[in-house]
Write a protein that binds this ligand. Structure first.
Ligand SMILES: CC(=O)N[C@H]1[C@@H](OP(=O)(O)OP(=O)(O)OC[C@H]2O[C@@H](n3ccc(=O)[nH]c3=O)[C@H](O)[C@@H]2O)O[C@H](CO)[C@@H](O)[C@@H]1O
Length: 357
């Protein structure tokens, strides 16, 4: 079987694409997977690094409205659909899977033209434009969060990397804390602003460093690849990292997380049973608050507005949560029960069903 996976831009789209590629090959090692992206996205680095071929089409700038203009295929869209048709004719996939984002629009339109089966996977709680278009062309549509409104949508979750879906935090805790130079015993907060980091989170948590130290709470603070922040020297440790490749170790070291609410972050953090304080990014189409909502509603996390997150708020609320083991255990269980971590396997089932339908 040959499968074309269309998606790219940020880690938000490339991560589920790669997790799905790996699951397809695990299921049947003879499966040929090709990725489709655009020239500027993260896919240009991470897809070849993962060992999959990458085909490129020119990007299409989209207006936010799914309107008649788009379907009347203006010139640039026509050019990129033509490029996608050339890829289909060369790669000859049995099925085209889209993860949303700009590259999925030409992928869906070209697949429809060649009458190929289409599978749509929506990563965020609020569907984007590309996937709303794709869902018009197929019945094989998957969502990452319960309650997402998308035509034909079936809730399966978001495919995540195996090192996270198979993680046993208890087994790895000691190794993980040693890896980051953390104390073996102290309650531990992980801070992450997603793949880019988040200045607001960085300032608020660093500004409360003294409150963590006096409560005996240590911090593993991932500040983002472009942020240079000195670690406050304190006991127990306050460790600063710019980017962590082994997020399984970061999750295993932690007792709770303070984070943005990107779709992968919510799935990984709650799926591995970590209590979380979610501070949704207040831009975009509002998807981050919606991503965290099912976990928060179930009692697995707290939702804090960006403007509420000051050093004072952090000092008043977060050390107290970290030193309340009973509350942490209840939140952990509630979080793990809402979010499944087998979406990669379920999406493979859906892809196979689309091919044989
Ligand atoms: C600013 C922006 O456009 N944000 C969007 C972007 O977020 P963003 O690109 O931040 O994506 P997510 O929060 O969904 O995922 C971050 C991913 O990066 C990994 N990670 C993070 C830090 C680190 O040091 N190491 C590491 O490996 C995490 O484990 C996770 O897998 O895509 C998401 C999914 O479409 C959307 O919900 C977000 O709204």
């Amino acid at each position: 079987m040959r499968v074309l996976l269309a998606g790219g831009g940020t880690a938000g789209h490339t991560s589920p694409l790669l997790a799905t590629a790996d699951a397809l090959v695990r299921r049947d090692p003879s499966t040929e997977v090709t990725a489709l992206g655009t020239p500027r996205g993260l896919e240009n680095r991470v897809v070849p690094a993962a060992g999959y071929p990458l085909e490129l089409v020119p990007p299409v700038p989209l207006s936010r409205k799914l309107d008649a203009d788009l379907l009347r295929t203006p010139a640039r869209l026509r050019a990129t659909v033509k490029a996608a048709l050339e890829v289909l004719d060369r790669v000859r996939p049995d099925v085209v899977v889209g993860f949303g984002g700009y590259v999925s629009v030409p992928a869906y339109l070209a697949a429809r033209r060649r009458r190929l089966p289409i599978v749509v996977h929506e990563g965020n709680a609020k569907p984007g434009l590309a996937n709303r278009l794709g869902a018009r062309f197929t019945h094989h549509v998957a969502t990452s969060f319960p309650g997402t409104e998308l035509r034909h949508g079936v809730y399966i979750g978001l495919p995540v990397r195996r090192m996270i879906s198979t993680l046993d935090r208890g087994d790895l805790r000691e190794v993980a804390r040693a890896h980051f130079g953390l104390d073996a015993e102290a309650p531990t907060l992980l801070v992450t602003g997603g793949s880019q980091g988040a200045r607001r989170l960085n300032q608020a948590v660093l500004g409360a460093a003294a409150a963590f130290a006096s409560a005996g709470v240590q911090v593993l603070h991932v500040v983002g690849p472009n942020n240079d922040v000195p670690a406050p020297g304190s006991t127990p440790p306050y460790v600063v990292e710019r980017y962590v490749d082994r997020m399984d170790l970061a999750y295993a070291a932690a007792d709770a997380v303070l984070c943005r609410a990107g779709a992968n972050t919510v799935t990984e953090v709650s799926g591995v049973g970590l209590p979380a304080i979610y501070v949704p990014l207040p831009i975009g189409n509002g998807e981050q608050a919606l991503n965290a909502a099912p976990v928060v509603d179930a009692g697995g996390g707290l939702l804090v507005a960006d403007e509420t997150l000051t050093p004072e708020w952090v000092a008043d609320h977060v050390p107290a949560l970290l030193t309340d083991p009973r509350r942490l255990v209840a939140m952990s269980k509630a979080a793990a029960d809402v979010i499944p971590l087998d979406a990669d396997e379920r999406l493979v089932d859906m892809i196979l069903a689309a091919v044989t339908a």
